[in-house]
Design a binder for this molecule. Structure first.
Ligand code: NAD
Length: 519
């Protein structure tokens, strides 16, 4: 295997987002090192790895022996939420013909007119370009997506149930929908994140309801995109995981991706691919909780967690990503995938206390911030608090699993007057928390800060980093910032005249020596 040339790989599929276009380099070479072993379930064993070093041009058409075109494949996608919409748009961008189906008629109507239903950098341009090119079609009619497709992707939600398990009702519904509409061989591919062995349930469900003459298979191709950078993550992935239990399924998915990507393609059994995704998210969650425990210890020791994270993160075995101390992980994926994996382990009698602790540590982060707010303001009743940031991370309007969902009602219940601002997430937040005499939504961060007793930062939007701190200070009644994302340097905040409370770095207070920031 050649050493990985990450830069070359990144050059191969380049989304020119400003143009809504894409450049693909023009020669292909495939290296394959597939292990011809079986796992305990009799599946082809994992670890088979295909590396594509340079993709073919998007315009070149290759074909299977039976004449089926390998490029410009016909794809059906169920679900046009955060994962499904990005998948649809990006696969169309690669040159495939995509029919995306969603139950939500409003979503379909908006997308059909080129209006994105989620905030995601680069998405509007690619949506418009591919609608115009006629490669992308949205519908509420499942039969259109099934009949017109060789491969059907399942991208519907798998939200958490109250008991921590993944709720697979949307996945089951798609399986029941597909079964009677099968009209020839179809490859049904899980892109939704699901517990290991979900594919078997999909297979059984369809088999029970479909006519026996129609062939189908179920494969897994988990999605690793991150909201906020989803388009570039999809088009420039670190790796592609293909879980397929037959040569035919594996070949179809390789044809779908191989010509376009110069990244490792990991070929596994279906069950292993499902498990890889949940394991990846559990590991990322563990990294975040680890640094947050270290952060608490840093506060006790008078050490700055940012310096510690940098010092350890430069070790390539550890890595500098996901070692930012703060409010912990949120969103619709990490928390639910972690709790789902815990239940899978419990079902199999495997000791999973490590991951339970990761979850417990994360759940305690918001409480720690609330304690800091109380310590900074003492009595909260009638205090004006500007809340900056409602989305679970920057560059998305997604509020699922966001700290704001806990912090806002808690402060409201404590009697504070809240002014909330977020660059993208307010429409979603307003549906959850109606404005009242103590909760208003501001049009800008500065408007929120005006006459505030404190400013609480919940999301690290770049826009907040750019704020004119002098102006902010002049607008506030008392210059107090409680920063759940460690966006500013304590020394900078001290110089700007703020009381500044962050996580794991010491607090900047009004001269109280023992709470001094360690700068
Ligand atoms: P989402 O809730 O935003 O989208 C789900 C969509 O599916 C909705 O638009 C819904 O209307 C539609 N839907 C539900 N049932 C349907 C049906 N029977 N037919 C057609 N459409 C139907 O969810 P999401 O965030 O896109 O996540 C989807 C899956 O992808 C989850 O399993 C998630 O874990 C996984 N995933 C998400 C991300 C992410 O960043 N959001 C990243 C990787 C993987």
């Amino acid at each position: 295997m050649k050493p990985r040339d990450r830069d070359a790989r990144k050059r191969c599929v380049t989304a020119d987002l400003s143009q809504g276009g894409m450049r693909v380099d023009d020669s292909a070479e495939v290296e394959s090192a597939e292990a011809a072993l079986d796992d305990r379930d009799g599946h082809r064993l994992d670890g088979a790895l295909t590396r594509v070093t340079t993709p073919e041009p998007v315009s070149q058409t290759r074909g299977h022996a039976d004449g089926t075109p390998a490029l410009g494949m016909r794809l059906g996608i169920f679900g046009t939420g955060y994962a499904g919409l990005v998948t649809s748009v990006c696969l169309a961008q690669l040159g495939h013909v995509v029919t995306a189906v969603d139950k939500d008629a409003e979503t379909v109507a908006a997308l059909s007119q080129g209006m994105p239903t989620i905030r995601e950098p680069g998405l509007p341009e690619l949506l418009a370009a591919n609608l115009d090119a006629g490669r992308l079609h949205f519908t509420t009619r499942p039969e259109e997506a099934i009949c017109a497709s060789d491969i059907i992707f399942v991208c519907v939600g798998t939200p958490p149930r109250n008991d921590g398990r993944a709720d697979l009702a949307q996945v089951e519904e798609v399986a029941r929908t597909i079964a009677p509409l099968l009209d020839g061989y179809k490859l049904i591919v899980e892109k939704s994140t699901v517990p290991a062995r979900t594919a078997r349930w999909i297979d059984w469900t369809i088999r029970r309801l479909a006519r026996p003459e129609h062939e189908f298979e179920v494969a897994s191709n988990p999605e690793f995109l991150r909201e906020g950078t989803a388009v570039s993550d999809f088009l420039q992935p670190d790796r592609i995981v293909i879980g397929a239990d037959s040569a035919r399924a594996r070949s179809l998915l390789l044809d779908l991706y191989k010509p376009y990507f110069d990244c490792p393609i990991v070929l596994t059994s279906v069950t292993t691919a499902e498990f890889i995704k949940q394991t990846a998210n559990a590991f990322l969650a563990a990294k975040v909780s680890f640094i947050n425990v270290v952060s608490d210890l840093c506060e006790a020791l008078g050490v700055d967690v940012t310096a510690v994270a940098r010092g350890v993160g430069l070790d390539h075995r550890i890595g500098g990503d996901f070692v930012n101390a703060g409010l912990g992980f949120g969103g619709s994926c990490l928390p639910k995938d972690l709790s789902s994996l815990i239940t899978v382990a419990e079902d199999h009698g495997v000791d999973i206390d490590l991951l339970k602790e990761v979850e417990r540590i994360n759940n305690a982060r918001v409480e720690r911030l609330l304690a800091k707010i109380e310590r900074a303001l003492w009595v909260l009743r009638h205090k004006v608090i500007a809340v900056l940031g409602a989305s679970f991370k920057p560059d998305t309007d997604d509020i699922r699993g966001a700290p704001s969902l806990t912090v806002i009602p808690w402060l409201h219940a404590a009697g504070a007057n809240l002014r909330v601002y977020d660059p993208a997430a307010l429409p979603k937040l307003k549906k959850l928390f109606r404005p009242d005499d103590r909760l208003t939504y501001a049009a800008t961060a500065l408007e929120a800060a005006r006459d505030a007793n404190a400013l609480v930062i919940l999301t690290d939007w770049d826009e907040f980093r750019m704020l004119d701190l002098k102006l902010v200070r002049s607008l506030m009644r008392t210059p107090i910032i409680v920063d759940g994302r460690n966006m500013f340097a304590p020394a900078e905040m001290r110089a700007a005249g703020f009381e500044y409370y962050s996580l794991g770095r010491g607090d900047v207070t009004l001269g109280a020596e023992r709470h001094r920031a360690w700068t």
